[in-house]
Design a protein around this ligand. Sequence first.
Ligand SMILES: [Zn+2]
Length: 416
Amino acid sequence: MKIKNAKLLDGRKVEIGIDEEEGTITCLREMCEGSDTIDAEGGLVVPPFFNMHFHLDSVFSGNENQSGTLWEGIERWREIKGKLTEDEVEERATVALKLMLAYGTLWVRSHVDVTEKSFKLVRALKRVRDKFKGIVDLQLTAFPQDGIFTDKGNDEKLRKALEEGVDNVGMIPHAELTREDGVRSVEFVFSLAREMDKDVDGHVDETDDPSSRFLETVVKSTLTNGWEGRVTAGHVTAMHSWDQNYTRRLLPMVARAGVTVIPNPLINVMLQGRMDGYPKRRGMAPIRLMTHMGVNVALGQDCMIDPWYPLGSGNMLQPLFMAVHMDQMNAEEIRQSLNLITYNAAKAWRLQYGLEEGKPANMLVMGVDSVDDILRFMEPPKYVIRKGRVIAKDGNMVNLNGWEKVRRKPHWTSSM
Ligand SMILES: [Zn+2]
């Protein structure tokens, strides 16, 4: 296969030759050999997107959150999760992943709530992970939604989930009963990560409370356990309220520890600042400042039609669009911002990635010729290609094992 009339992010106009048997890029030059040509018509061809923070177990469970706070979301989810069946969770997560695929996301990290006692959420998402193997890579993070030390046995559930094949270990130190328990929970998670050789993927400082400072504990644990490059800290919204003297002292250490920070701008612009009058805080860790200080930053969609967020389409360009606005990026920063859902995420995933001869033929053929226009129109890719095979077209067809139409509005959401 060959793609002609392609434009790369560095402005080069090229053809891209693909070995479909091997699933690799064999040629990336002005002219390449090959039949079965896709005409990119001068559009950008970019590497596929990542969603570095999502909750597939709660997706499409509805949003009745009246106060709009994180805490009411957790309360409502506690009521919902007991009632969901394993099949329901699997079906909803499957629809969500197909939407993400149609919008060009091929790597998804999802949390799975391990404080739900029957473990049906874990079983359902493991089935989804198997179903999408080789199409969308799904990593699961064992997430103690209700806290690790808030209830007897939650620490054991976390361990059990990892023993049963969940990929990463999660945490939520700002939801523990005391600051001391929060610190202890971070230390516990790192000891578990070391014992079981797992990456750490935490919810960290997702609050407006400026005294929430667990990122520093995460950094310290990363360094003392030698876990550099294996840790992500999701949200860290408290950073928008920290004193600048503190933030600017901490960020070089975050960079040194190789901790990737994952803002979730859509969800946090809705959840944060709810107890503020006006002026109101924005609710996102400062991306430009972190990048400037050498911290690796990537984005997550976080939620879609669940107790924390009433909207969401599965298109990673939506959180990116929101991030660009909340962080007030200039034109050059906007052009660089695609890194937040591509190369920066690949670094945290430790993946062989990018458009080069010899690398896996994973790419998106976009219908526009600049990053500005990718963000202005937020259109789905014309073609999503994985290992040399077209697996989605125009945002409405996906090819798992044969072509099928994407359900944009699943039936469970019709009454919402
Ligand atoms: Zn989350």
